[in-house]
Design a protein. Structure first.
Length: 397
């Protein structure tokens, strides 16, 4: 089974869409064999395919935005498991990565959906244009088929001879020695590569916050930004002119579509969002209105220090100082006196007021404060007031 037999259903769909737009353009007055009618039919094919791919395009925009926003968290996960090659760590890393994708509603493959969906159509168009000469001379699939859908031998002869700027749309850069073909092909390859570059730059640079433009994933996006146009430029020399027209047109469609989406629904914190706020502010100023500015979020900064360790109750009790005894503090004997030490507060307070202190030594008045805070000796009582001197015979005169 040949590759044309495998892709024949898609070729049949592509042929019918091209035939429909070709008939519409000829009805509007264009010659049936003109290059404008057949190039217009290819542009019409782009319009139909891209309208059908709008849901996938929206998903691509959201996925690309989500992948850029999730990049800082992915870096933390990768740093967490850096150097760990055991199966358990690799499985845990994969699980946490998938949880991040699920949390942000993104998928690394979702951004490729429009390209993947267009690839079969792209290849089918390539085969339709490539086999137009065979259909035109009646040798398509060895004579087993005489048409591709509605494009029969007569229409194939018209399409195969249709030109754009003097170059037939079925010719390739490497398959022709015509200077016009090479010039047109080079111009279309440059246009295709340039539109691919600006489409990717618009998506990955202007619609992403500054934090998402750093890190390994951002570097990979930047590499793809320059690598994809180079790949298309190298492979473009093998594409028919009609396919180059298709790819350049679909890139222009993507640029316009992305411009509209990014302009009206930018990513928070991106350059596109700042431009949107500036436009709204200027519009409000012309109307004499004042836009409310968003208050900056207050971030609570917690002091970083060593956390206080919890203590057990028994240790806390053991650390509490025990009260000392309330007894008198022994005092030094005054120099030059041989009297015995002063009596304690208890002995002093046991004497009734007004009685003589005949047993008290003269050096008792020099006693310092006790542990309970009272003044020793007969000079002061527990309340801090002076006691009256005793009038007994033992009192000093």
């Amino acid at each position: 089974m040949s590759i044309d037999s495998v892709f024949y259903p898609l070729k049949w769909v592509v042929a019918w869409i091209m035939y429909g737009f070709h008939e519409l353009l000829t009805t509007l007055g264009l010659p049936s064999e003109s290059g404008a009618a057949w190039v217009g039919s290819i542009v019409g094919l782009v319009v139909v395919i891209r309208i059908l791919l709008i849901p996938l395009f929206v998903k691509q925009i959201k996925a690309s935005r989500g992948m850029q926003l999730v990049a800082p968290e992915l870096q933390k996960v990768q740093k967490k498991y850096k150097g760990k090659t055991d199966p358990a760590s690799r499985e845990a890393m994969t699980r946490e990565t998938m949880e991040l994708y699920k949390k942000h509603g993104t998928n690394p493959f979702a951004s490729c959906l429009p390209i993947l969906a267009q690839s079969p159509i792209f290849f089918a168009l390539f085969r339709v244009l490539y086999t137009l000469p065979n259909v035109a001379n009646g040798t398509y699939q060895g004579g087993a088929r005489d048409s591709i859908g509605p494009i029969d031998q007569q229409l194939a002869q018209e399409a195969e001879s249709a030109t754009i700027f003097g170059a037939r749309i079925s010719e390739t850069f490497l398959g022709s020695d015509d200077v016009s073909v090479k010039i047109v092909t080079v111009l279309l390859i440059v246009a295709m590569s340039a539109t691919t570059f600006f489409t990717q730059k618009q998506l990955t640079q202007k619609n992403m916050p500054a934090s998402a433009l750093q890190g390994p994933m951002a570097q990979q996006q930047k590499m793809l930004l320059y690598l994809l146009p180079l790949v298309f430029a190298i492979s473009g020399v093998n594409f028919p002119i009609g396919v180059l027209v298709y790819w350049t047109t679909t890139n222009l469609w993507s640029m316009g579509q992305q411009f509209y989406v990014i302009r009206n629904n930018p990513t928070p914190g991106s350059e596109a969002e700042r431009n949107l706020k500036e436009r709204r502010a200027k519009k409000a100023a012309r109307r004499g209105e004042v836009l409310e500015t968003e208050a900056p979020a207050v971030v609570e900064v917690r002091p970083k220090g060593q956390r206080q360790q919890p203590k057990r109750k028994d240790r806390a009790k053991a650390a509490t100082p025990r009260p000392t005894a309330t007894g008198p503090t022994p005092q030094a004997e005054p120099a030059g006196h041989g009297e015995p030490p002063a009596q304690s507060d208890a002995a002093t307070s046991s004497s009734a007021p007004g009685e003589g202190d005949g047993g008290a030594a003269p050096g008792a008045a020099a006693a310092g404060p006790t542990a309970s805070g009272s003044t020793a000796g007969g000079a002061t009582g527990g309340s801090g007031k002076k006691k009256p001197r005793g009038t007994g015979s033992g009192a000093p005169r």
